[in-house]
Design a protein around this ligand. Structure first.
Ligand code: TRP
Length: 448
């Protein structure tokens, strides 16, 4: 059990806030054309993400076990089809696929701690920032080393159990991360590219919305909120019975969204200030070029910059932990296995899979598995755009149609009033219909 509702909020926010917000959100916005994407993304968070997160927490708190066993117990309780337990299994699998590449990118940010601390970027130019990064991408061994380091740290923490160290650390690190992001946003605010960045981020151009934008926005909103694979369900199992699910979930989603927008406001002004030298479509390298450039050119930048990458790495660790939790908790429950042993085996498995991602940036960069997707892009696409939305869809359907109203009502503290009607509309209609439409239209489009 979490020691209080605040610790659940912190732990869930620790899971939600990670590379998805600081690294992925800005570059995906850049590739997807800006404001139109951001607006769709915000709608996805509010109308689909929040209800599904509430569903995960309430299912977890009702079952009080790992997602797979929670689903088994609930299916028995309500006499439902055992097919619903697939939600748990698919989640465990998705968690490992995601962690395998997440650890590689987190390794990049650990490498940048060292580079910043050496003062490599002091007085740097866009050209330098870019060449440092592309040289790094061309060094599979170096990248593998940092990938390994991140994996080892994650396994070491997970093996010891999450509550002791992580809860305490999250309390300090998360506020610090927010402060440093504010420094970056202020820097963005006074830089000449700020107006252009705001226009880029928030100008809503309806014409620019394509089917692909919708799916990407939906997938990213699941990814940044850690939804669709049981991570929040696993955390929900330890939530005290009296805490209000709605207010906690809204707080978590708000924190997560604020961090993502702040990262955009920190990074895009720099891109626009340097005009032709940096591009909005830089892809995965975006953060690793703009952020060092900023810190290389402000007073005490190498100190701030070092701290920034320490915090990003830390945010990644608190997310990585939640990716392992559903699988780990299940294996420990089921086989009465030692937590540390399970953690190490899973870690090795993920590490091996991660080698594919390491090579995707160099040796294998031109090997395309499907369409123009290389190994990393393929894993990223399948997990974010297919597995997480589908997982979320079934979680919504389960909470909306299978779980009896009495259970849901007492978990959410709903009586028969308008709140209950609103909840029903969101979970039975908005979330499932939204996910299905976006999903099937995309599949249809890519076939025809
Ligand atoms: N939400 C995290 C981020 O934004 C990543 C993450 C952690 C995640 N747990 C998850 C993504 C579960 C999907 C599912 O970086």
């Amino acid at each position: 059990m979490w020691s209080s509702r605040w610790l659940f909020i912190l732990a869930a926010a620790g899971s939600a806030v990670g590379l998805g917000n600081i690294w992925k959100f800005p570059y995906v916005v850049g590739e997807s054309g800006g404001g139109a994407f951001v607006v769709v993304y915000l709608f996805c968070i509010a109308l689909v993400g929040i209800p599904i997160m509430m569903a995960e927490v309430l299912i977890g708190r009702q079952g009080r076990q790992s997602p797979i066993n929670t689903m088994r117990a609930l299916v028995k309780e309500v006499d439902g089809s055992s097919g619903w337990t697939l939600i748990g299994w698919a989640g465990v699998f998705a968690g490992f696929l995601i962690l395998s590449y997440y650890a590689v990118i987190a390794g990049w940010s650990m490498y940048y701690i060292v580079l910043m601390a050496q003062g490599l970027f002091d007085g740097s130019s866009p050209a330098l920032a870019r060449s440092v990064f592309s040289e790094f991408q061309q060094s599979p061994w170096l990248m593998l080393g940092w990938h390994t380091a991140f994996m080892v740290i994650t396994v070491a923490i997970v093996a010891r159990g999450v509550t002791g160290g992580i809860e305490k650390a999250v309390r300090w690190f998360m506020p610090f991360l927010v402060v440093l992001l504010i420094v970056l946003v202020i820097h963005g605010f006074i830089s000449p590219g700020f107006d252009e960045a705001v226009a880029f981020l928030f100008a809503f151009d309806f014409q620019k919305i394509t089917v692909e934008t919708l799916l990407t926005a939906l997938g990213l909103s699941f990814f940044t909120l850690s939804l669709g694979m049981g991570a929040i369900m696993a955390y929900g199992a330890y939530v005290p019975g009296s805490a209000s699910i709605t207010s906690m979930v809204v707080t978590i989603a708000a924190l997560d969204t604020i961090v993502a927008i702040a990262a955009g406001l920190a990074i895009f002004p720099v891109v626009f200030a340097y005009g032709t030298e940096l591009t909005v479509e830089a892809g995965p390298s975006l953060m690793f070029e703009t952020v060092p450039l900023v810190f290389g050119n402000i007073p005490f930048g190498s100190i701030f910059g070092t701290l920034f990458f320490v915090l990003v790495s830390f945010a990644a660790i608190t997310s990585a932990i939640s990716l392992t939790e559903p699988g780990l908790a299940f294996l420990v429950e089921e086989y009465n296995a030692k937590r540390s042993r399970v953690a190490i085996s899973l870690g090795v498995f993920c590490w091996v899979l991660g080698i594919g991602t390491v090579l995707s940036f160099n040796v294998w960069s031109d090997i395309h598995l499907v369409g123009n997707l290389n190994f990393f892009a393929f894993l990223d696409y399948v997990t974010q755009n297919i597995m997480l939305p589908l997982g979320g869809l079934f979680i919504a359907l389960f909470a909306g149609f299978v779980l009896p109203k009495t259970i849901v009502g007492s978990q959410l503290g709903l009586d028969e009033g308008y709140k209950s009607v609103l909840w029903m509309i969101l979970i039975k209609f908005c979330a499932p219909v939204g996910v299905s439409i976006v999903f099937f239209v995309t599949i249809f489009n890519s076939i025809s």
